[in-house]
Ligand binder design. Sequence first.
Ligand SMILES: Cc1cc2nc3c(=O)[nH]c(=O)nc-3n(C[C@H](O)[C@H](O)[C@H](O)COP(=O)(O)OP(=O)(O)OC[C@H]3O[C@@H](n4cnc5c(N)ncnc54)[C@H](O)[C@@H]3O)c2cc1C
Length: 425
Amino acid sequence: MARRAPARDIAENDLARSGGYREGRGAGEAGPRKRGDANVGQTDFSIAIVGAGIGGLAAAALLLKEGFRVTVYEQAAGFARVGAGIQQSPNVMKVHRGLGIEKHLREISFAPRTSLNRDGLTGETTNEFPLGEDAVKRYGAPFLAMHRADLHSALAGLVPQDRIRLGRKLAAIDQNGGRVSLAFTDGERVEADAVIGADGVHSLIRDYTSGPEQPRFTGRIAYRTTYPASLLRGVDPGLSRTKWWGPDRHIVIYFTTAKRDEVYFVTSTPEKADWITRESWSTRGDLGELREAFSAFHPDVRAVLAAAPEVHKWGIFERDPLPAWTKGRVTLLGDACHPMTPYMASGAAMALEDAVSLARCARGVDRDGIEAALKLYEATRKPRTSAVQAGSSANTWMRNATDPDWLYGYDAWTAPLGAPDPGKA
Ligand SMILES: Cc1cc2nc3c(=O)[nH]c(=O)nc-3n(C[C@H](O)[C@H](O)[C@H](O)COP(=O)(O)OP(=O)(O)OC[C@H]3O[C@@H](n4cnc5c(N)ncnc54)[C@H](O)[C@@H]3O)c2cc1C
């Protein structure tokens, strides 16, 4: 079956550079009903994506490339540069390669030499896993650490501005007769042939597909900030991504830029069970409380905390794997369907892999085929994201000798579509 031509409004030199992206569906894969040749190149099939976070933007870029008429609806009025770093492991760097932004990310990001795990109190190394060139040799892609806003901005650059509607907060969703209707808080109503809920951990669309249920507050918060490395005054965070493990709390520290002029830390710290905030990246934390919480930690950790000019705090939520992500022509992606604690640094990675899988499953489908395509996507992704949710919840990843090949070695562009064969699991 012929595929539709790429949509013209995506930069050719971005998505088109992909190696894996050009790969077709796996041989012999049963797939949803495809469009006939007569429809190739048409862009009248509309997909609405709710949420312009990391997952929603990647999905938008890839579905546009597949020729769908995509519109992204985002509640925020603009994209703010919140102080946070993000790790991108080799599996997700392959996604970025296909998106055409790997080179850019390599140029601006910090490439840690190792994943260094140390006892928070004594400083003793409990596990050191080689990254840097070793990761490239072993997995075919680097392991990078960067500012979250730099990643978000690289992804936003793949989606034409007129495809993103800012300041549109979804209030209600329904579907009828092959159309999905969306109502926004400002009174606007739109319809689409299919909808992707990429609206994060507190997803409204998740309530629609699976019934209302709050994500579980883990009783822990993440203090985090980025700040200029010059404030460290001689303290060296080292060339690794370092996680310092305490008995009931931890802190991760790394540079976020290739120039190593910005440092980031993020903690997991116990918090009162009634402390809950729905959003967000902008809630301020108390530096005194944070320093007190880590006062028994190694002097290197205390020095990094002492240099921080401010800090934010973020409630850590999780859910058990959902029974289903898809309802008719509506499905979920990223934190909306598999929110996880950040302890494997893989939430965004899973959202980005989801986007690749979704685009592959939707490739060339017509209106009659979309529901099967969304189910195929869900079947492809759920086993892997459930395993990462469980691993993240356990919070033991890399503390001691760990084989990360199953996570880092995955390639979303070539992974078989559909539920894994239990005989090969
Ligand atoms: C402290 C911390 C550290 C982390 N570190 C890492 C890491 O190193 N590596 C990694 O891979 N992952 C990491 N993660 C996880 C990662 O941040 C998330 O998994 C990722 O952001 C999920 O992307 P998303 O697009 O699904 O959701 P989000 O990024 O949350 O985006 C959802 C979007 O939907 C919008 N939205 C929500 N509701 C509505 C509505 N009703 N109408 C319209 N728009 C709406 C929101 O405004 C937002 O823009 C970390 C998470 C935390 C908390």
